[in-house]
Design a protein around this ligand. Structure first.
Ligand code: MN
Length: 256
């Protein structure tokens, strides 16, 4: 048997299962909110063209309106000024859309502190137990934030701004510049912490990852169903020519 027929047989037998890491897309899907002086991304919206009616008696279809960075989505290098000469979302090599992934679980610490920031030492401690981060793979950060499916709970803002977990600036720099991963995936609406507007640099995950030709995945769900190591992630952004990102169907393959 070939490797690929072995793989197909493992899918059919359930030896490999497919886990959906994607948040459902609807008008209720939480989106990033920037300070009001900046442009804003748009909520996902369906616009009905016809539904078995005068506009189209035998067919139902919609137009949809959305930001590139709405819902579970893929950040391309050109999303940030540090990566402005880097790949657009259509130019991300397809070979990078299927990659191994590890899951670092910080949900206990985030439950105690929604502003929790992962530090380099946290990743080193994980590596001491599980081995090195995967070369050319994803670093997936589990925080428990996927339970927050409403706009208000996902943003978690008060008078001091949004409060959600992420990486410290130094940790973001290390992941982007020193670790071998191709990108980082999170459960929050963006890869940066809610308070990252005031970090140095501002939005360090975006700044360092995009500036290092790396990628981001956001609003992932079901990371709790993945092993710490050994999953393979399939991320499918739309090839929007010149685009900075795209909603993506993100799946994980897990061996039972
Ligand atoms: Mn984004």
């Amino acid at each position: 048997m070939s490797a690929l027929s072995d793989f197909a047989a493992a899918l059919a037998s359930g030896a490999i299962s497919v886990i959906d890491l994607t948040a459902p897309l609807s008008e209720a899907t939480p989106i990033l909110e920037l300070p009001p002086e900046f442009g804003q991304t748009q909520q996902f919206q369906l616009e009905e063209i016809s539904r078995y009616d005068d506009r189209g008696p035998a067919w139902y279809w919609n137009n949809f309106h959305t930001g590139e960075h709405t819902g579970t989505h893929f950040d391309a290098p050109n999303h940030w000024v540090t990566g402005k000469d880097g790949a657009d979302i259509a130019s991300v090599p397809v070979g990078k859309l299927i990659a191994p992934a590890v899951v670092l679980d910080f949900s206990d610490r985030v439950a105690a502190d929604p502003d929790f920031l992962v530090e380099i030492d946290d990743i080193k401690a994980w590596e001491a137990e599980h081995g090195p981060l995967p070369d050319g793979g994803w670093l997936l950060v589990r925080t428990g934030w996927d339970a927050r499916t409403t706009q208000e709970s996902a943003i978690n803002a008060n008078e001091t701004g949004p409060h959600s977990p992420g990486l410290s600036a130094e940790c973001a720099r290390w992941v982007a510049q020193e670790s071998p991963v191709l990108g980082m995936g999170v459960e929050t609406v963006g890869t940066d912490a809610g308070a990252a507007h005031s970090f140095d640099p501002a939005f360090p995950c975006h700044s360092y990852l995009m500036g290092s030709d790396k990628y981001g995945l956001t609003q992932l769900q079901n990371l709790a169903s993945l092993p710490a190591t050994g999953a393979v992630v399939i991320a499918g952004p739309l090839p929007i020519v010149t685009g900075s990102g795209s909603p993506a169907r993100v799946l994980a393959l897990v061996e039972r």
